[in-house]
Design a protein around this ligand. Structure first.
Ligand code: ADP
Ligand code: G6P
Length: 482
C-alpha cells in the first residue's frame, strides 16, 4: 500500500534524558499539533529529529529511543551537537526565522551555518531516500528543510513531492537581501506542489521566483526545467472535534475538576464582573508579548474601571532558549510582568498571572473554556492555531477573540475583533469592546467562526493539499508525454 512520508525537523514526540531515563513528551508548535492528527489517521511514516543528539546516545539507548519512535510510526534522523548548533539554533532560527518574519535586524548571515544547513538537509534526504518505496508520496514541512525537495528530486525524479511552509514567506524586498536566495528557491522548486497558509505568502514567493530566478510563471504554475511546479494557498485548520469535544467533556458536571480549574473558578465566582483575558504563545519575539503587556498597562490606565476585575492570564511556552534573542525576550517579559504587577496589584488582585511552562492538554482546555476574551496579538505569524483552538472550545458560543491583523489566521477570522498589534489605542478599545460585548453579538460572531473552522479542519486541509498534489502529478505526466 502506498504511503505518505511526512518530513519535518521535529517529530511529534520529543525525547529527552532525565535522571538517566528516557522522557517522552509531545512537541509544541502549530506544525506538530496540526500534523499529529493527520499522521494518526494515515498509514504513513514521519521522518524527523527525536530531540536527542547523537552524542547523548549509546548503543543501548539508541535502541530504546528507536523503539519508542517506531511505535509512533516515526523514523529518526540523527543530529550531532554541532548540527544542532549550526543548523537548528543557527541557520534555521537565527537566519531564516527572523528574516521570514520581517525581523531583518535579527538575521545573521554566517557561512558556517549555511554549510551546516546544507549538510543537515542532506542527512534528512538520506533517511527519506532509504524510506521511499515505489508509489510513495513525500510531504516536506517548513523552513528548516527548504533544500530537501530538490535533494530528493535529484535522486528520485519519479517521486511526487509536496512542500508546505508553516511560516510567512516574506515580500521580495526582504527576501532579496538574503545571500543564498537562489539556492533556497531552487531547493523548494524540487517539490511538485508548494503550499502556503495565505494567498499573500504565495504571491510573495511567486514574485521572488520571477524576479530572482527569472522563471516563467503562468498564474500559479512555474515552469522549471522540464517540470511544472504548482503553488497554492491552503490555510491550515485544527482538529476541531478534538478541541470541541474536550471542552464539552470539561463542562460536564461529572468530570473531575483540575487544581488549575479550581483556582480559575475561585476568581470567577467572586462576581459577574470578574473576567479573564487569555493569551497563549511560545515565548517568541514574533508573538508580540512585550507590546501586549505594555498595551495591557495602557488599557488599565485608560479604563480604570476594570482594575480589580479583569485579569490577564499569560501562558508562555519555553522555546529556543539557547538563542540570545529569546533569552533577552524572557528577561524583558519577566521585567514587564513584574513592573505591571508591582504598579497595579492590590491585596486581593494581581492583574497578570504569568506561567512560563508547557501545560498538559487538559489544562489548556481549562484555560480556553474559562476565558471571556482571548488576546492573540503576534506582530507577525504564519497562521496562529491558538486563535482557532480558543474558538473551537467555546461550546456555549460566548467569548470574544481579539486577533492581530498580522496573523495568517486573520484572513479567515473576520468575525474576531481585528487589531493592529502596534497600536496601544487599538488594544485598549478592543479590550473594552470585548469586555462589554452583548451576549447576542458574541454568539453571532462565534457561530460563524465555528462553522468555518469545523468545515475546514486539519483533516480537510491535509486531504486538499494531498489531492492537489496528486492532480499536479497527473499534470506532470501530461507535460512529459507531450
Ligand atoms: P506556533 O506554531 O508559532 O507555536 P501556533 O499558535 O500556530 O504557534 O501553535 C501553537 C500550538 O502549540 C497550539 O496548537 C497550542 O495548542 C500548542 N501550545 C501552545 N501553548 C502550549 C502549552 N503551554 N502547552 C502545550 N501546548 C501548547
Ligand atoms: C513553529 C514552526 C515549527 C516549529 C515550532 C516549534 O510552529 O513553524 O516548525 O517546530 O514553531 O519550534 P521548535 O524550534 O521548538 O521546533
Amino acid at each position: 500500500m502506498n504511503k505518505t512520508i511526512i518530513v519535518s525537523n521535529r517529530l511529534p514526540l520529543q525525547i529527552s534524558i532525565e535522571q538517566d531515563k528516557l522522557n517522552v513528551s509531545p512537541s509544541v508548535g502549530g506544525l506538530a499539533t496540526g500534523m499529529k492528527s493527520v499522521h494518526a489517521e494515515g498509514n504513513g511514516v514521519w521522518v524527523g529529529w527525536s530531540g536527542i543528539t547523537d552524542e547523548e546516545l549509546d548503543a543501548s539507548l539508541k535502541k530504546e529511543v528507536n523503539a519508542k519512535i517506531e511505535k509512533e510510526k516515526c523514523k529518526a534522523v540523527g543530529l550531532t551537537e554541532e548540527d544542532l548548533n549550526d543548523y537548528y539554533l543557527g541557520f534555521s532560527n537565527r537566519t531564516l526565522w527572523p528574516l521570514f518574519h520581517y525581523f531583518l535586524e535579527y538575521s545573521e548571515f554566517e557561512n558556517t551555518q549555511w554549510e551546516a544547513y546544507k549538510r543537515v538537509n542532506q542527512k534528512f534526504a538520506e533517511v527519506v531516500l532509504e524510506t521511499i518505496e515505489e508509489g510513495d508520496t513525500v510531504w516536506v514541512h517548513d523552513y528548516q528543510l527548504l533544500l530537501l525537495p530538490q535533494l530528493i528530486k535529484d535522486v528520485r525524479p519519479d517521486v511526487t513531492i509536496g512542500f508546505f511552509l508553516h511560516i510567512p514567506f516574506p515580500s521580495y524586498e526582504i527576501f532579496r537581501t538574503f545571500p543564498w536566495r537562489e539556492e533556497i528557491l531552487t531547493g523548494m522548486l524540487g517539490a511538485d506542489l508548494i503550499g502556503f497558509h495565505t494567498y499573500d505568502y504565495e504571491r510573495h514567493f511567486l514574485s521572488s521566483v520571477k524576479r530572482i530566478l527569472r522563471l516563467d510563471v503562468n498564474f500559479n504554475e512555474i515552469t522549471y526545467h522540464d517540470r511544472i511546479v504548482k503553488v497554492d494557498s491552503f490555510p491550515m485548520g485544527i482538529d476541531y472535534n478534538k478541541f470541541h469535544e474536550a471542552a464539552l467533556t470539561h463542562n460536564n458536571p461529572d468530570t473531575n475538576i483540575s487544581e488549575l480549574q479550581k483556582r480559575l473558578d475561585a476568581h470567577l465566582n467572586e462576581g459577574d464582573d470578574k473576567k479573564f483575558i487569555l493569551s497563549i504563545d511560545r515565548l517568541d519575539y514574533t508573538k508580540g508579548i512585550p507590546n501586549r503587556l505594555k498595551a495591557f498597562e495602557h488599557f488599565l490606565n485608560t479604563y480604570p474601571q476594570y482594575k480589580e476585575k479583569v485579569r490577564l492570564i499569560m501562558l508562555a511556552v519555553p522555546s529556543r532558549s539557547n538563542v540570545p534573542q529569546y533569552q533577552r525576550l524572557k528577561r524583558e517579559t519577566d521585567e514587564l510582568v513584574g513592573r505591571i504587577n508591582g504598579e497595579f496589584s492590590t491585596v486581593s488582585w494581581t492583574p497578570i498571572w504569568y506561567f512560563y511552562r508547557s501545560l498538559p492538554f487538559e489544562n489548556l482546555i481549562d484555560l480556553y473554556t474559562s476565558s471571556d476574551v482571548a488576546l492573540i496579538t503576534p506582530v507577525r505569524d504564519g497562521m496562529n492555531l491558538v486563535a482557532k483552538e480558543y474558538v473551537a472550545t467555546r461550546t456555549n458560543l460566548d467569548g470574544v477573540l481579539i486577533l492581530s491583523e498580522m496573523a495568517g489566521a486573520a484572513k479567515e477570522m473576520n468575525e474576531a475583533i481585528l487589531i493592529n498589534p502596534n497600536s496601544f489605542e487599538d488594544f485598549a478599545t478592543a479590550l473594552d469592546k470585548a469586555l462589554t460585548m452583548p451576549l447576542e453579538e458574541q454568539n453571532n460572531r462565534m457561530k460563524i467562526l465555528q462553522k468555518r473552522l469545523k468545515r475546514y479542519d486539519v483533516e480537510k486541509w491535509a486531504k486538499e493539499f494531498l489531492s492537489t498534489l496528486e492532480d499536479t502529478n497527473q499534470l506532470q505526466e501530461i507535460v512529459v508525454s507531450k
